[in-house]
Design a protein around this ligand. Structure first.
Ligand code: RBF
Length: 168
C-alpha cells in the first residue's frame, strides 16, 4: 500500500474504456479546500480527457469528509449518476477525532458500495500532515483525483459489462 512506490496519476490508457456517455457525480468536502479542490480538478480533468462530457459531470460540495457518506447517498438516490467520486482530506490532529472520522467515513462509503448499484469511489486522503496531502493532490506522488477518475470509469464499465453479460 506504500503510495511512495506508486504515482497516483500513472495509468495505462489502453486499459481505460471511453468515458463518453457515462455520468459522474463528484462529492467534495470543503475542509482542507486547497487540497480537495486540487483533487477535484484532477478528477474532472481526467474524466474529460477520457471522453466524458462536461454536462455529464456534476460537482456537489459538503461541509466535511464525514458528510461525504450522506452526500453520496443522496446522489445515488437521485438516480442521475453512473458513479460517485467522494473527495475529502483528513489531516491528523491532537485528539482521536481523526480516527473516528476516518473510520466512520470509510465504513459509510464501503456500505454504500455494498448496498447500491452505483460505485462510490474512495477519494479520501487520510494524512499525518499537510505535506503528505500536498504530495498526493498534484505533488510528487501525483493526484489521487486522477486515480479516482480512472477507477470510476472502470467501475461504470464493469457494471455495464455485467448487465450486458446477464442479458445474453
Ligand atoms: N473534515 C475533514 O474533511 N478533514 C479534516 O481534517 C477534519 N478535521 C476536523 C477536526 C475537528 C476537530 C472537527 C470538529 C471536525 C473536522 N472535520 C474534518 C469535519 C468533519 O468531517 C465533519 O464535517 C464534522 O465533524 C461535522 O460532522
Amino acid at each position: 500500500m506504500a503510495s511512495s512506490l506508486h504515482n497516483l496519476s500513472d495509468y495505462d490508457p489502453k486499459s481505460v474504456p471511453s468515458a463518453k456517455g457515462m455520468r459522474f457525480a463528484v462529492v467534495v468536502s470543503e475542509w482542507n479546500s486547497k487540497i480537495t479542490h486540487a483533487l477535484l480538478r484532477g478528477a474532472v480533468d481526467t474524466l474529460l480527457a477520457q471522453g466524458a462530457c462536461e454536462e455529464d459531470i456534476q460537482v456537489r460540495m459538503v461541509p466535511g469528509s464525514f458528510e461525504l457518506v450522506f452526500g453520496s447517498a443522496q446522489v445515488i438516490k437521485s438516480g442521475w449518476a453512473d458513479a460517485v467520486i467522494a473527495i475529502g482530506c483528513l489531516i491528523k490532529g491532537d485528539t482521536p477525532h481523526f480516527d473516528y472520522i476516518c473510520q466512520g467515513t470509510t465504513q459509510g462509503l464501503a456500505e454504500l458500495n455494498a448496498r447500491h448499484d452505483v460505485p462510490v469511489i474512495y477519494g479520501l486522503l487520510t494524512c499525518n500532515n499537510m505535506d503528505q496531502a500536498e504530495d498526493r493532490c498534484g505533488g510528487i506522488l501525483g493526484n489521487k483525483g486522477d486515480e479516482c477518475a480512472i477507477t470510476a470509469i472502470k467501475m461504470v464499465n464493469y457494471r455495464r459489462q455485467i448487465l450486458l453479460d446477464t442479458k445474453e
